[in-house]
Design a protein around this ligand. Structure first.
Ligand code: PHE
Length: 477
């Protein structure tokens, strides 16, 4: 098999998967979604989805990577041949590559904002600043395509450098330094939040489960977020899984990743909301929570500039360890398929995603309105790209669950899982039915035009369709 690399240690996959999972999703998106959706109830749904749907699909995705030992596209091509299923299942790989490319394009722009704030914090520019000044600063950043492009370029180039160095010298060594540092910083920020903020109010906000507070939209966002945060459904986990030691346990690893990822989101939430409540600020500021509300909290606190700077370094590090996992699946494919060198492959992927990222940059200023995207889809290019990835990721997750659940044989799965028949049966039930049903539900709701009674009808139809399809998949397997 071409390009058959394996991580240096049995536990490296865990490190890499945690690096991929923990990112802007945990530190930026999770807190603001929780804030917008009223706290604890949102978290409850989020955690339930992670454990009932996320973990089984995570296992499925790693399994497809490890059995094929190739990049997602080539791996799926191989599996469709060896399992005599339709070649259409190869689209798991292609869909994933498209999603990785699209996510990377905007992820890098948003991580670029964190670069800007690291700089502002460390230079002490925001010390003592008031609310008007700080929000005007964020508005000014968004209004400047030049500045945003500069940060976007720096961020994506640095990520490219790490992946370009290869999975051992680049990704593994990078993660070995970055991940422990990130955990240490997070703890420092938490302690700082506890001392200077209102941790009681934060805990109360995060852990009071009042399910009536949650809108249907909130439910769906919670489920969508659990896919995004685990990096599921777009080949990142499959690509890393291809390098996973055969000895490592799929189940234990998946549980560990989900656990660490959730714990980090909670700790970040606790730290951020302690500061926000401590400074008497609002929780429902949306995407601006990290870039406006939080700097405002730091502005008036002792050592705020320093701790704020360190906090944004944490954000940057977490974003880099995720963005490298967005580059890897496509780069590995280009190396395997076209015999490119790794630097060539990484350059192609990154230059293309960089150019695509310019669409996100201008969506906040020169193309903020009146473009073809607004005319056709009633949203900016950035929002359109985000919507596409919100469709591709669940769709990819759905297909991964179906393929692993129905096409792989029992003996193969038992060998990969390496556990008893009870867990095998439970897992298979989860990936055959529970996961696909839940995902179809989320997936349909991401299409804004589909509303009201149309949703349950389409949902039911989709589930029936999925079931019919699975039956065919099994027969041909
Ligand atoms: N899981 C990452 C985060 O939470 C985002 C991501 C999604 C990374 C998909 C890789 C693949 O920020």
């Amino acid at each position: 098999m071409s390009g058959h690399n394996v991580w240096t240690h049995k536990g490296t996959f865990l490190l890499a998967a945690v690096g991929s999972a923990v990112g802007l999703g945990n530190l930026w998106r999770f807190p603001y979604l929780t804030g917008e959706n009223g706290g604890g109830a949102f978290i409850l749904i989020y955690a339930l989805t992670i454990f009932a749907v996320g973990i089984p699909i995570f296992i499925a995705e790693t399994m497809l990577g490890r059995t094929s030992r190739q990049s997602p596209i080539m791996g799926m091509r191989h599996l469709t041949k060896t399992h005599k299923t339709s070649r259409a299942w190869e689209s798991i790989g292609w869909l994933g590559a498209a999603a990785a490319f699209l996510i990377l394009s905007f992820y890098s722009v948003i991580a670029g904002w964190a670069l800007h704030y690291t700089w502002l914090m460390l230079t002490g520019s925001l010390v003592g600043a008031d609310a008007t000044t700080i929000s005007a600063g964020f508005v000014a950043l968004l209004a400047s395509p030049g500045l945003m492009t500069l940060y976007h370029t720096l961020f994506i180039a640095f990520s490219a450098l790490i992946v370009g160095l290869g999975i051992h010298k680049g990704i593994e060594s990078g993660l070995r330094i970055m991940m422990p540092a990130l955990f240490a910083i997070l703890i420092v920020v938490l302690i700082y939040g506890v001392i200077n903020g209102d941790v009681g109010a934060a805990a109360n906000f995060l852990f009071t489960f009042n399910i009536a507070d949650l809108s249907l939209e909130g439910w769906l966002q919670a489920m969508g977020q659990s896919f995004f945060t685990l990096s599921l459904g777009m080949g990142a986990i499959m690509a890393y899984g291809a390098y996973m030691s055969s000895e490592a346990s799929l189940t234990r690893t998946a549980i560990a990743v989900a656990f660490v990822d959730t714990a980090i989101a909670m700790v970040a939430g606790l730290a951020i909301f302690s500061l926000v409540f401590g400074a008497g600020l609002e929780t429902d500021q949306g995407p601006g929570l990290m870039f406006v509300t939080l700097p405002l909290a730091f502005a008036d606190m002792p050592f705020g500039a320093l701790v704020g700077g360190v906090f944004f370094i944490l954000v940057l590090g977490a974003a880099i360890s995720s963005s490298i996992s967005l580059i890897e699946p496509v780069a590995a494919f280009l190396v395997e398929r076209f015999d490119m060198t790794r630097p060539q492959a990484v350059t192609i992927m990154v230059v293309a995603a960089w150019a695509m990222g310019l669409l996100t940059v201008v969506s906040f200023n020169v193309w903020a309105e009146g473009t073809i995207f607004h005319a056709l889809f009633e949203r900016s290019a950035f929002e359109f790209i985000e919507l596409l990835t919100n469709i591709f990721m669940p769709l990819g997750g759905l297909m991964i669950a179906l393929f692993a659940g129905w096409a792989l044989t029992q003996s193969e799965v038992m060998k990969e899982l390496g556990t008893n028949i009870t867990w095998f049966k439970t897992w298979r039930l989860l990936v055959r039915f529970v996961g696909p049903a839940a995902v179809s539900f989320v997936f349909l709701r991401t299409i804004p035009q589909v509303e009201g009674y149309v949703v349950p009808t389409l949902g039911a139809l989709l589930i029936v369709g999925v079931f019919a399809l699975s039956q065919r998949l099994r027969k041909s397997a």
